[in-house]
Design a protein around this ligand. Structure first.
Ligand code: G6P
Length: 612
């Protein structure tokens, strides 16, 4: 939620900021702004995408070797030029960009108003910049001290960068609950919400931790202190991103590129972790903790959105393959209902970004209660990756489309390997079945390619149902979470109301909605409940619903009753989600394109949800 980027050094700041903001646009895109320092402080802000800011600012005074930029996902105050960041102090001296929420901003605002401050915007951020101004004025403090002093009064989450017109050779950054990375370049410092704006300038980075404040100077010096003013020795790490993976590479949308990357990303998730020929699977992250993990009393799986759906699949996997009890929770619900957590619980956090605020906070709670935390994360070095005791990266590469696709299949691949390894270690999975699943995983990518080859048929079906106001997704067993995920994908990017349901539950409510205008997408690949799914489809057809069935290759029966079928290769049931979700991703994609929607940046959404 909201992306921030900043630069201080020898180069012109504006091109660095604009390019960085475009990279960060996945974090929010309702308005954008920059502030540039070259003796005077020039601030340009515009409602809309980063391109709108660029078009607006392009003709103006853009020189300056110091600058800060922001792309916004509105929380306090509607999207507008005025509410866009950067925000400026009352005396016009300070400029600030912020990602997060200042929860006590009302109280702070009232106190500042008594001191004579007046506010122009509806944002919590403007209060913060006035608070820093007040601290600076009252005690005649240098900017880094004023920031520290002000932040001791703040409740909430923030990643900020502050610029002082009267101290132009410094930038001050701080974080608590929202991410901030400092890139250390030959020609200056690059600060950003993640590594994507930094990687083409330098690979040397420092990840700021909570309650740390960084002072970076034009002369190349920098220092990090805690909010309690203790000096912190920074740990410089290397960024491992590749720039080419952040470009569309000839595809119309990132989402389409990411859907098509799945044969490779699924393979990457397994690389070095599974060898079917030798008959082993091993997650390095579990190495030192295997005893603890396999003897856990239960797994508590936490996530939000698509990651929660991956967690639901993991519940089936852990129970069936590892015979371990597992509970799946929305992180946001878990943290607020006094959950019973003990030292014998293993909490598995699933997060693409590694920054989702609710997941992070739920993990902090579990950690406080003594649970062991295992992270399944995509973004290397992210907050959740660093909070957990151990974990495995899914190695899906940057996912830029807001609707998650390749991260989901990589998460499920990883969770499958985890369940298999634990099941094998515990001796609860039959050796030949274990080997069979390893073989299947090994050849999975070519099956994914086969599913992707059905694209034209899916596009045709998309054309047939694109005007439907509603859609229903049904699945059983492993495919129930896939039905939820299919419905979520459609909602997110095409704005069609969609619901996912366990197929058998349809008759307890959703069946009332079915008429000749209702597309019902049924995932009908489960061998274990095939006849039951056929009955469910008959029930839909009897009410004139339009049935689109995802079926196994060569299924003759379904094609007689469904209006449309999409075939996926035959595969063992625990692995079906890895194939059955792909037609649903493509279906949503094509419907959204046909409806003229912005697939990569759907309205109101953001990819990294760093507010609660
Ligand atoms: C947002 C994104 C979803 C994502 C969810 C959880 O809602 O739009 O695509 O599934 O956050 O994010 P995480 O990064 O924790 O997986």
């Amino acid at each position: 939620m909201c992306g921030i980027v900043a630069y201080i050094g020898k180069q012109e700041a504006f091109p660095i900021l604009i390019k960085g903001l475009k990279r960060l646009e996945y974090r929010g895109y309702d308005s954008a702004g920059v502030a540039l320092l070259n003796g005077t402080l020039n601030v340009y802000k515009k409602k809309g995408k980063v391109q709108a800011l660029f078009d607006y600012a392009n003709q103006k005074e853009l020189s300056g070797n110091t600058g800060i930029g922001h792309t916004r996902w509105a929380t306090h105050g509607k999207p507008s030029d005025l509410n866009a960041h950067p925000h400026i102090s009352g005396n016009g001296r300070l400029a600030l960009v912020h990602n997060g929420i200042i929860e006590n901003y009302c109280l702070l605002k009232k106190a500042l108003e008594k001191e004579g401050h007046s506010f122009k915007t509806e944002t919590d951020t403007e209060v913060l910049v006035h608070l820093i101004e007040e601290a600076q004025k009252r005690n005649n403090l240098p900017i880094e001290e004023a920031v520290r002093e002000a932040l001791t009064q703040v409740v909430g989450a923030y990643a900020i960068v502050v610029m002082d017109k009267q101290d132009p050779d410094k930038l001050v950054a701080a974080r608590k609950g929202s991410p901030l990375v400092i890139g250390i370049g030959e020609e200056g410092f690059f600060l950003a919400s993640d590594g994507t704006p930094i990687v083409e300038h330098t690979k040397k980075v420092v990840y700021l931790d909570d309650e740390q404040i960084a002072l970076v100077k034009r002369n190349g010096e920098y220092e990090i202190r805690t909010i309690r003013n203790e000096v912190y020795t920074p740990f410089v790490e290397e960024l491992t991103m590749e720039i080419s993976r952040m470009e569309k590479g000839g595809y119309d949308y990132f989402m389409l590129k990411e859907i098509h990357e799945q044969p490779a990303t699924i393979r990457d998730a397994m690389r070095g972790r599974l060898n079917a020929r030798e008959g082993w699977v091993r997650l390095g992250g579990m190495d030192d903790h295997l005893e603890k993990i396999k003897s856990a009393e239960r797994f508590i799986i936490l996530g939000c959105g698509t990651s929660w759906h991956a967690g639901l699949i993991a519940e089936y996997l852990f129970e069936e393959l590892a015979r371990m009890p597992a509970e799946v929770e929305y992180a946001s619900e878990f943290r607020y209902r006094h959950p019973v957590i003990t030292e014998r619980d293993v909490v598995i956090a699933i997060s693409q970004s590694g920054e989702t605020a609710d997941t992070y906070a739920a993990l902090e709670l579990a950690k406080k209660n003594g649970a062991f935390l295992y992270g399944i994360v995509n973004v290397v070095g992210s907050s959740i990756a660093r909070l957990t005791h151990a974990g495995s990266y899914i190695h899906a590469g940057p996912e830029i489309g807001v609707a998650s696709t390749k991260a989901f299949t990589a998460q499920v691949t990883l969770l499958t390997m985890m369940a298999l390894q634990i099941g094998h270690e515990r001796g609860v999975i039959q050796e030949d079945y274990f080997q069979k699943l390893l073989n299947e995983l090994n050849s999975l990518s070519s099956k994914v390619e086969k599913v992707l080859a059905t694209n034209d048929k899916i596009k045709y079906i998309a054309g047939e149902i694109q005007h439907a106001p509603n859609a229903l997704y049904l699945g059983r067993g492993y495919n129930f979470p896939v039905a939820l995920e299919g419905a979520l994908k459609l909602k997110e990017i095409s704005y069609i109301h969609a619901e996912g349901y366990p197929a058998a539950e349809m008759k307890h409510g959703p069946i009332a909605l079915i008429d000749e205008n209702m597309p019902v997408i049924v995932i009908a690949t489960n061998k274990s409940a095939y006849d039951k799914v056929v009955s469910n489809i008959m029930e839909v057809k009897a009410r004139k619903g339009i049935v689109i069935a995802i079926v196994q290759e060569g299924d003759q029966e379904m094609s007689k009753i469904a209006d449309y079928t999409i075939e996926i290769p035959e595969i063992e049931e625990p692995l079906t989600p890895l194939l059955s979700v792909i037609p649903l991703q493509l279906l949503s994609y094509h419907i959204a394109v046909l409806r003229g929607c912005n697939v990569d940046q759907p309205r109101n959404l953001a990819k990294s949800v760093t507010v609660e």
